[in-house]
Design a binder for this molecule. Structure first.
Ligand SMILES: Nc1ncnc2c1ncn2[C@@H]1O[C@H](COP(=O)(O)OP(=O)(O)OP(=O)(O)O)[C@@H](O)[C@H]1O
Ligand SMILES: [Mg+2]
Length: 415
């Protein structure tokens, strides 16, 4: 049945429409067919779980980080390292500043292991030449292979402030290549302080970039892009619903935000699926049953790598149930501000799940195992002084396990 058909349509047009599925819901206003088509179209623009944000209109929050980057760009000779966990919104952030930023033009490039120093810079030089309408003959004269010296010489043609953005810079691990970038940054700071670079990556630190070049530390500003706050995530839901002219049950909205655990991907995903489900039933009010369907869909459509990681963590030839409980307990335990927890903190959660007492030595071994490749490296160990703490290597997996726990009805006992 086409989206938007109703039982009435079916009566009037028996050949065109199949019967509309009836629900027990009452008191929720139904949507007309034209409005439904409109909303379905809008849905794909307001909630985009699979694509980074490209337009300022759909980019929420991040004011403090934008301010810090803007400040750095205004400072002669200053460069930026923007880092944050996987999926936290780095590319979207880079996209937003890709257009003119604080009066400075910008050019962005996504790095990859296969791209060489010359290829990267030639592409950026092409962009800069186009942006400033520079002399094409001068571009053609740039040497075929670039090193920091010839590059900075070529960049001298750009007289106005410009920001070069390198997304996924952490895909470059070759030490020699990192050395070339470090020399370039140093030379830009010294000779062309109106040109800036921003390096974007997961867990990227100034140290990764500068290696031996300690003198560079001064001209690199680190900006951390943290998980999004509840307010920022709420804004994604609210602005999306506003554009759709739809409403959402208050407790469902709270769950969308809580389940996202700071990751905008899940906010977009759960909002999209829940709205889609409400629209399928022709309601403009998103209720609990729509959210429940959204969870099912999110689990079914989760990235294969996430499901595989979950399966290798919980599957065991021996005591599978115990492993599963340990994995669940890790997802349920309250983390500190850095997303880590102690083995002892897992205990009360595990006891509640297994309904029996658990001395630390009964599951400490399992926590260590969950750090291994054979268990999908679900956890990583970090040491603070004498204390060992654990954290999810991929926090998106933790969010996925939370969805599983909700679907299985386990989460209810822990909220
Ligand atoms: N500020 C924002 N406002 C609204 N949605 C956002 C924002 N930042 C990111 N998103 C959404 O979150 C999801 C992940 O964003 P993005 O791809 O930018 O993250 P990332 O950190 O670059 O991920 P990765 O580490 O995989 O490269 C996308 O669906 C994107 O639309
Ligand atoms: Mg990205």
């Amino acid at each position: 049945m086409p989206l938007g058909a109703s039982p009435k349509d079916a009566e009037n047009n028996p050949g065109r429409f199949e019967p509309f599925p009836l629900t027990k819901e009452v008191g929720r206003p139904k949507i007309g067919r034209l409005d439904l088509n409109d909303k379905t179209e809008t849905l794909h623009t307001v909630f985009s779980p699979a694509a980074p944000i490209r337009s300022r209109d759909f980019f929420m929050g991040r004011f403090e980080q934008l301010r810090r980057v803007e400040q750095a760009v205004r400072e002669p000779g200053q460069h930026i390292v923007l880092f944050g966990e996987r999926g936290v919104g780095k590319t979207s952030f880079a996209n937003i500043i890709e257009t003119e930023f604080g009066g400075t033009k910008t050019a962005k490039l996504t790095c990859s292991r296969n791209l060489q120093f010359t290829e990267i810079w030639k592409e950026l030089l092409r962009k800069a030449w186009k942006a400033f309408n520079l002399d094409a003959a001068a571009l053609a004269k740039i040497p075929a292979t670039l090193d920091p010296f010839t590059l900075v010489d070529a960049l001298g043609a750009i007289e106005k402030p410009y920001l070069f953005i390198f997304d996924e810079f952490d895909s470059i691990s070759n030490k020699a290549m990192l050395g070339l970038f470090a020399d370039t940054v140093k030379s830009l700071s010294d000779n062309l302080p109106h040109l800036h670079c921003m390096f974007v990556g997961i867990g990227l630190s100034v140290k990764d970039l500068i290696g031996e070049h300690a003198s560079l530390e001064r001209c690199l500003r680190q900006v951390h892009l943290p998980r999004m706050s509840e307010e920022e995530l709420s804004e994604i839901v609210d602005k999306g619903l506003m554009r759709l002219k739809m409403n959402m049950d208050k407790s469902v909205r709270a769950d969308v935000i809580e389940f996202s655990q700071g990751f905008p991907h899940y906010t977009h995903l759960l909002s999209k699926y829940a709205v889609e489900n409400a629209l399928k039933l022709r309601y403009q009010y998103v209720a609990r049953n729509n959210f429940d369907s959204a969870i099912d869909e999110a689990i079914t459509n989760a990235h294969e790598s996430i499901r595989a990681a979950y399966q290798s963590a919980v599957t065991s030839r021996g005591n599978s149930e115990f492993y599963q409980n340990v994995v669940w307990a890790c997802a349920l335990v309250k983390e500190d501000d850095h997303g880590s927890f102690k083995a002892a903190e897992v205990r009360p959660v595990l006891e509640k799940l297994s309904k029996k007492s658990q001395p630390v030595n009964s599951y400490g071994y399992h926590l260590s195992k969950l750090c291994l490749d054979s268990r999908g490296q679900m956890l990583a160990k970090v040491t603070f002084g004498k204390q060992i703490r654990y954290h999810f290597r991929n926090p998106i997996l933790k969010a996925y396990i939370t969805l599983e726990l909700y679907r299985k009805g386990v989460l209810r006992d822990f909220r």
